[in-house]
Ligand binder design. Structure first.
Ligand SMILES: Nc1ncnc2c1ncn2[C@@H]1O[C@H](COP(=O)(O)OP(=O)(O)OP(=O)(O)O)[C@@H](O)[C@H]1O
Ligand SMILES: [Mg+2]
Length: 255
């Protein structure tokens, strides 16, 4: 089992989209996949069609009380530990508990025979829940928009990683993924060139294409279910190939 935490404290970087769709593709390729939604916004949860999760089904009992992982939902061939707005309270509860941020990693060791890959979707913050996810990772996957805001977030990201490595010296970035790339825009081409100069390893850029991404969230289904064979599905397959290669996972399905 390998645990990959999809991380960027900057909002709207493409974390949840990557988690949902790479997770779905890996499951389609017959890997046993667990997704964990660590964001109280619960986008990953609702974008997989789960609307009725409770706080007790989230990582709350694990993070706050050190309980084993809750029983996951099964959805689109994946297992999901969902989120709920009530998970936000965990931020405060974890404040006074020494070692709370290591609890997800410990809980995951109990399910290591059940999954090939765990993908964790981080909230857009550097708070306790984000640290909980980062410290649970074997490796990180970091989506970065090919925009000024993507570049501006990098120093904060590197500072955070340096801090996490004080606790987990082995924590490395498996892959940076350029997102929202519009090759027609000079700004994006320049930003991508800067990412190529600064970040390694770097995936192929994921093109910006609104409609299918947005509509699939409303439908609560991965792109591979909502629009199989579409250009966006082709983008998802490429992104999955790059993540799988970087993480040493087998992925053989094509769009
Ligand atoms: N390649 C793409 N082209 C166009 N829109 C996209 C693309 N990928 C994702 N989106 C849309 O962009 C928005 C932001 O993406 P997403 O929610 O995955 O980012 P995030 O990093 O998880 O955000 P947050 O920080 O709020 O958790 C979503 O509405 C998503 O549907
Ligand atoms: Mg998100």
């Amino acid at each position: 089992m390998i645990t990959l935490t999809v991380f960027n404290h900057a909002g709207g970087a493409g974390k949840t989209s990557l988690t949902r769709d790479v997770g779905y593709e890996l499951a389609r390729s017959s890997l046993r996949v667990l997704l964990i939604d660590l964001d109280p916004q619960a986008n990953l949860t609702t974008w997989l069609g789960v609307e009725d999760a409770t706080r007790e089904e989230t990582v709350y009992p694990t993070a706050v009380d050190g309980a084993p992982l809750p029983h996951p939902r099964e959805v689109h061939g994946l297992h999901l530990i969902p989120s709920h707005v009530g998970l936000a309270i965990a931020e405060r509860q974890m404040n006074n508990r020494v070692g709370a941020e290591g609890r997800l990693r410990r809980a995951l060791t109990q399910v290591h025979n059940q999954y090939d890959v765990v993908l964790i979707d981080s909230p857009p913050s550097l708070g306790h829940l984000a640290i909980l996810g980062a410290l649970a990772a074997d490796r990180m996957v970091v989506p970065v928009p090919t925009r000024k805001k993507g570049l501006d977030a990098l120093p904060g990201l590197f500072d955070a990683f340096a801090e996490y490595r004080e606790v987990r010296p082995d924590l490395t970035v498996a892959l940076y993924v350029p997102t929202f790339y519009d090759a027609r825009r000079l700004h994006d081409r320049e930003a991508l060139a800067e990412l190529q100069a600064k970040l390694r390893p770097l995936a192929r850029p994921v093109p910006q294409r609104e409609a299918v991404w947005l509509d699939s969230t409303a439908q609560g289904a991965p792109v591979g279910v909502y629009a199989p064979g579409s250009p966006v599905h082709g983008d998802v397959v490429r992104m999955t190939e790059d993540v799988a290669q970087a993480a040493g996972l087998r992925y053989e399905v094509r769009a």
